[in-house]
Design a protein around this ligand. Structure first.
Ligand SMILES: [Fe+2]
Length: 313
């Protein structure tokens, strides 16, 4: 993918997406600018990211469902077809049942989108030039702690939830079922497709999808684990992965060296506020360390090439 400018986007890039207000654009530009100043490979990266976000603001047009102060979204889960509805600031409902209070989805989405996209670009992708890249302290842990997210104890009824071990995703409908299955075998919780259940994640998914011109939806998944929990085997993914550590710590080993002897392996620990980019098809392996003994991280599946799948070497 070539670097885009606001000018040359106009001819080729017209997407349906939630519009970005002047206020949200200001939040995005501030966040991207701060990121660029701190991590960018100089002025060019910062300018390019700001131009892309500026182009997004100018060129998105509203889908019909957007009605100014609230938006609706149709999706399907194991309970069948769902209609989600949320206010910019207010009560979020699914099928007319209030399930979650969203403080300010648009402002949260704007800040997260800008940092995720700035990280994606600074790492050189999406595309063949991309490198595994880690940005320490890119987001404020106290801000991340305020972000509405599911936990094993407190999840919306429609939030897809899996327990993972090796290459197996065991999926459950109710919090009670999840709790019983976890007690039986301690495994990492994966809250899949938060973009269908949380307002900020839905918007960030749409905006990141537009910025990256992803054909498939940018999924937002959350991994929640404790030390000793089962976790995925070494694997690689068919997307450009931007990972945000929300809390706790996670040990990562990343690189082709995991499957090809002699090739590179990057080993590091992600802590709250750190952001990492893993390009397509780069093997990785995680563990939740004993100190502090728990971990929560998000992933954004940018430029996803196939339906979601786990690929093990
Ligand atoms: Fe992965």
């Amino acid at each position: 993918m070539s670097m885009l400018t606001a000018e040359n986007q106009a001819a080729e890039y017209m997407v349906e997406c939630e519009p970005i207000s002047t206020d949200e654009y200001r939040i995005m530009a501030d966040a991207a600018s701060r990121f660029g100043d701190r991590y960018g490979s100089g002025y060019v990266t910062r300018r390019a990211v700001l131009a892309e976000i500026g182009g997004l603001q100018q060129l998105v047009r509203a889908p019909e469902v957007f009605m100014g102060d609230h938006t609706t979204h149709q999706f399907r889960n194991e309970h069948g077809p769902q209609t989600a509805h949320w206010m910019m600031s207010g009560v979020y409902t699914v099928n007319d049942e209030s399930v979650r209070f969203e403080v300010d989805s648009h402002r949260q989405a704007a800040a997260m989108t800008a940092v995720a996209w700035a990280a994606a670009r600074t790492a050189g992708g999406p595309g063949p030039e991309a490198k595994v890249s880690i940005f320490r302290g890119a987001l404020d842990p106290s801000w991340l702690a305020e972000l509405p997210t599911p936990t094993p104890e407190d999840r919306p009824v429609e939030q897809l939830t899996a327990l993972v071990q090796g290459a197996d995703f065991a999926r459950f409908d109710t919090t009670e079922q999840v709790r019983a299955a976890y007690t039986e075998q301690h495994r990492t919780h994966v809250f899949e497709g938060m973009n269908a259940t949380y307002g900020w994640a839905y918007l960030a998914s749409r905006w990141l999808g537009a910025l990256s011109r992803s054909d498939l939806t940018v999924l937002v998944d959350l991994f929640d684990s404790r030390h000793g929990d089962g976790r995925l085997d070494t694997h690689y993914d068919c997307w450009y992965n931007v990972t945000v550590q929300l809390s706790g710590a996670k040990d990562w080993r990343v690189g082709r060296g995991l499957i090809v002897p002699g090739e590179e392996i990057v080993t590091h620990t992600m802590r709250a506020g750190d952001v990492m980019v893993i390009p397509h098809d780069v093997p990785h392996h995680v563990d939740t360390p004993a100190d502090p003994g728990h971990s929560r991280h998000l992933i954004f599946t940018i430029d996803r090439r196939e339906s979601e799948q786990l690929t093990t070497p």
